[in-house]
Write a protein that binds this ligand. Sequence first.
Ligand code: PRP
Length: 235
Amino acid sequence: MIAAAESLSRSPSEPVDAPLILALPKGRILKALGPVLERTGLFEDGSAIGEGTRSLRFPTLDPNIDVVRVRSFDVATFVAHGGAQIGVCGADVLMEFDYPDIYAPLDLGIGGCRISIARPVGEGTHDTTAASSHIRVATKYPTITRRHFAARGVNAEIVHLHGAMELAPTLDMASVIVDLVDTGSTLKANGLRETDVIAHVTSRLIVNRVALKTRPEAIRALIERFRNALQENAA
Ligand code: PRP
């Protein structure tokens, strides 16, 4: 967690005429976000941001806003540390990190999926938590996983992976996984089935709380741009 005092001591040195930095995630969220980004007027082709280059920072059609393209799991960290003032990330990432410096004013309603528990097909249909007070779980969500199982009286031993956790049960590294499920095809292709939904997830617009105090007009205007773009997109 970032101490509030640490962020506050850094922010006054931020030049207020510098472009706002908007952190966007690579991958599936960016694809879904493309049409919304186009309606904000920031990009002509919102889902192709940064394609064909190794650069990570890009200008937008608004000279006061630059974009950085980062891993979806890192968007919240860039915003919480003040590297970006605003960003888009999944509610799963917010749940995992629970940064006090982040305010999430807008549910974008895109990137819908769920954080679920999955286990090998063919194993008993009993509830995942019923059999034992201890379980080994492969996941990129150690905090969410520990909290979920602890609330059910189960001690979750975490095998912390950053991807391909679907392999862990068949390789005897864990008995279950906790991961994002969208279509379910990754689970199916790896001999797993979803047994419990921990949380439903959509993407959120997130803001650094200190930046909202130091640059309220610019940030509120950008939030409004996203709000209007969403409404137009839904119409
Ligand atoms: C997520 C998740 C699963 C997959 C599920 O990974 O970790 O592997 O998507 O999607 P499905 O239910 O539609 O098959 P993602 O593609 O986001 O990449 P990551 O491994 O980098 O997190």
